[in-house]
Write a protein that binds this ligand. Structure first.
Ligand code: PMP
Length: 429
């Protein structure tokens, strides 16, 4: 808040398409999709129309003992479009809550099956799964976690497949497979007491947009089966087309035991999340009341009707407009606009997975020595870009582009040009 004494918060008056506008008439291109949620622009006409209709029909209703049309239709749609075997849908109201649900449900599944020794979770270094206490415990980014460490459950943290650390000349696939040995060891050692492995597929977004090869997910699915451990895939940031496929898991042709969805689920309109799971998990809770095996996790706004309707309208756009195919062309344009950064003396790496492109700024390109965090170079890029009408909000010294899918070629060029100028501004002393 003290920062904002010299750098005021910007009140936004309205949003239209990729643009936000403040009360002084300044416009900002939303190059990070308002924290990765917005897929088809602000005030999208199709989503607006669906919501207006829903508003006149039903805004919300208790989701215990009652249900409604949009919740049913959305659950059916999600089952249809997610990987095979995910036939059951549990709603919550934000990403962290979805992670809590998946962790609790996995633990409770084993308990209902008599395996009460299974109480722990395996997670990856540099992972992020949200900021409520359970989600924070299975995350590993110190910035968010360290302060609260005394409050958090103990987890098993395994070094990850983040390809930034691969050897020169080593492929993403080779590095990611090599790193899997460490996961295999952890499973071998701990599987008897482990409920699940939780992972962000392909991109660790909040962990500086670090990326890895799908082969890691393939190996992890096989190992989880071998060691009798659930696989929880957190697609909250990468689901809904971000990585080039509707869901990142598809690139490894795997089905997890739990898939967490949020963010893009409502096109960036309203808070909603869903945990997709299997019939096998569902059956472990299906019993006489007296046996007390039911899964209890009841948020007041679970299955909110407006949010579910926004979700349906969002999925309709994907299906009617062939978005995944169109995004391939957009991703290629994005790659081309970023060619300028490859040889930049302060850029250690330009990496991309689908509609996510990240530029890693460093003090020394050859040794990859980072800029001291206290210098806040990324913040300078942010401030410069805002002054030029582009909303880029770096993660530390990693500048990234994660635009809504309605972005045009000219807008992608503008983003890259402003980022380039912003980097020059940020590194000049
Ligand atoms: N998981 C991942 C992978 C995320 O990126 C995020 C949000 N950045 C969350 C969970 C938490 O979602 P929410 O902010 O809605 O709680």
């Amino acid at each position: 808040m003290k920062d904002h004494e010299t750098f005021p918060i910007i009140p936004i008056k309205k949003g239209q398409g990729i643009w936000l506008e403040d009360f002084d008439g300044n416009r900002y291109l939303d190059a990070i999709s308002s924290w990765w949620v917005n897929l088809f622009g602000h005030a999208n006409p199709a989503i607006n129309a669906a919501l207006k209709d829903q508003l006149d029909t039903l805004e919300h209703v208790i989701f215990a003992g009652f249900t409604h049309e949009s919740a049913i239709k959305l659950a059916e749609k999600l089952v249809e479009i997610t990987p095979e075997g995910l036939n059951r849908c549990f709603y919550a109201d934000n990403g962290s809550a979805a992670v809590e649900v998946a962790l609790k449900m996995s633990f409770h599944y084993w308990r209902n099956r008599g395996q009460t020794q299974k109480t722990r979770f395996i997670t990856l270094e540099n992972s992020y799964h949200g900021e409520t206490l359970g989600a924070l415990a299975v995350g590993n980014v110190p910035l968010y976690k360290e302060t609260y460490a005394p409050l958090l459950m103990d987890v098993i943290t395994v070094p990850g497949p983040d390809c930034y650390h691969r050897e020169p000349g080593e492929s993403w696939a080779d590095y990611s497979s090599r790193r899997f040995e460490l996961m295999e060891q952890a499973l071998q050692q701990h599987s008897a007491t482990v409920c699940a492995v939780i992972i962000e597929p392909l991109v660790q977004c909040a962990g500086s947009m670090r990326m890895y090869d799908p082969v890691y997910l393939k190996l992890l699915r096989e190992a989880c089966d071998n060691y009798n451990v659930h696989l929880i895939v957190d697609e909250i940031a990468v689901g809904f087309g971000r990585t080039g496929t509707m869901f990142a898991c598809e690139q490894a042709a795997i089905s997890p035991d739990f898939m967490c969805l949020s963010k893009g689920l409502t096109g960036g309109y309203l808070p909603l999340s869903a945990v997709l799971t299997t019939d096998q998990v569902y059956q472990a809770f299906y019993d006489e009341y007296q046996n007390m095996t039911a899964f209890l996790h009841s948020h007041s706004y679970t299955g909110n009707a407006l949010a579910c309707r926004a979700g349906l309208a969002t999925i309709d756009i994907f299906q009617q407009q062939n978005i995944i195919e169109k995004n391939k062309a957009l991703a290629e344009i994005m790659a081309n606009t970023a060619l300028r950064f490859h040889n930049h003396p302060q850029v250690a790496e330009v990496r991309q997975t689908g509609m996510i492109l990240a530029i890693e700024l460093v003090k020394n390109k050859h040794t990859r020595e980072p800029f001291p965090w206290q210098e806040r170079r990324g913040l300078k890029v942010y401030q410069y870009a805002l002054s030029k009408g582009v909303l880029l909000r770096p993660l530390g010294n990693v500048i990234y582009f994660m635009p809504p899918y309605i972005v045009t070629e000219d807008e992608l060029l503008l983003i890259a040009e402003v980022a380039e100028q912003g980097i020059q501004y940020a590194i000049k002393d």
